[in-house]
Ligand binder design. Structure first.
Ligand code: ASP
Length: 273
């Protein structure tokens, strides 16, 4: 019997002062949604929290996501089930209502680990996922154009059976080139989960997470016995020192409390155990 735990974050981008309370409240709502689902397992809880945040307009995922250089929204998402190292990613999505659902469908299908753009949309339609007009992701064009840098939403969960899971969803970086894919749909970069050691999720400059293979590195550190709090702190220090990059991470080990660390001015997060 393991002690259930959940941690949810709403992105490590610079938060406009006027929005910080509301973003924290949005993240806390997601924690409640995830926590109430944890009896269905870690994967269900992480999925539910992230799916909820895709509908929170102040968070950079799903509705309200940041705009790319051409004023469009392209969404990435990823999910990993630490029980069997099962993983799914979906990237560069314009018309899939819940990117995290598609990431999960890719994982369940199991033939591939990452689908992008038109092929990903086709797969979503074939699997009966909800599709939408790309315009529904844009709620306030002026605000979304000005979203500074980035943000992502993510959740990591541990259930009573000791299973770990992570889900993550993002609009990526404001002003990104069309077609750019960040770390969030890429296992080992933006996220990783292995029941034997722990699960992690990152937010921040996606290129930096990919260059460093940061999520996988963090789980290797857990494997070698480092405490989750040190792994989290070390990861953001490494981001800053190695690449002068900013970001944040959330971590849950096989035991102990959820941990968060960031080197940005803020990262709304909420945990329960
Ligand atoms: N990591 C995301 C990306 O680069 C953005 C973020 O987390 O803020 O796409």
């Amino acid at each position: 019997m393991a002690r259930p735990a959940l941690i949810v974050h709403g992105g490590a981008g610079p938060v406009p002062e006027s929005e910080s309370t509301q973003r924290q409240a949005a993240v806390e709502r997601a924690r409640e949604v995830g926590w109430s689902t944890l009896t269905d397992g870690a994967l269900a809880a992480a999925m539910a929290a992230v799916r909820h945040m895709e509908d929170e307009p102040l968070l950079n995922a799903g509705i309200g996501a940041c705009l790319n250089a051409e004023g469009g929204v392209e969404l990435d998402a990823g999910v990993m089930d630490g029980a069997g190292l099962k993983v799914g990613g979906a990237a560069c999505l314009r018309d899939v209502r819940h990117p995290i659902d598609l990431a999960r469908a890719v994982m369940e299908d199991g033939r591939h680990v990452l689908l992008a753009a038109a092929g990903a949309s086709k797969f979503a339609r074939e699997h009966g996922l909800e599709m939408c007009d790309p315009s529904i992701f844009i709620t306030d064009r002026k605000r979304q154009e000005l979203l500074l840098g980035a943000d992502t939403v993510g959740a990591v969960a541990r259930d009573a059976d000791g299973h770990l899971a992570i889900a993550v969803s993002t609009g990526g970086m404001t002003g990104k080139l069309p077609g750019r894919i960040g770390d969030s749909p890429i296992a080992g970069a933006g996220f990783y989960a292995d029941d034997r050691f722990g699960a992690v999720c990152g937010t921040g400059l996606g290129e930096a997470f990919i260059w460093l293979g940061l999520a996988r590195l963090m789980v290797v550190e857990l494997q070698h016995g480092m405490e989750p709090a040190s792994v989290a702190r070390g990861a953001v220090d490494h981001l800053g020192k190695a690449l002068k990059a900013s970001g944040g991470v959330i971590v849950i080990g096989r035991e102990g409390s959820p941990q968060a660390a960031f080197n940005t001015p803020a990262m709304p997060w909420a945990a329960a155990e």
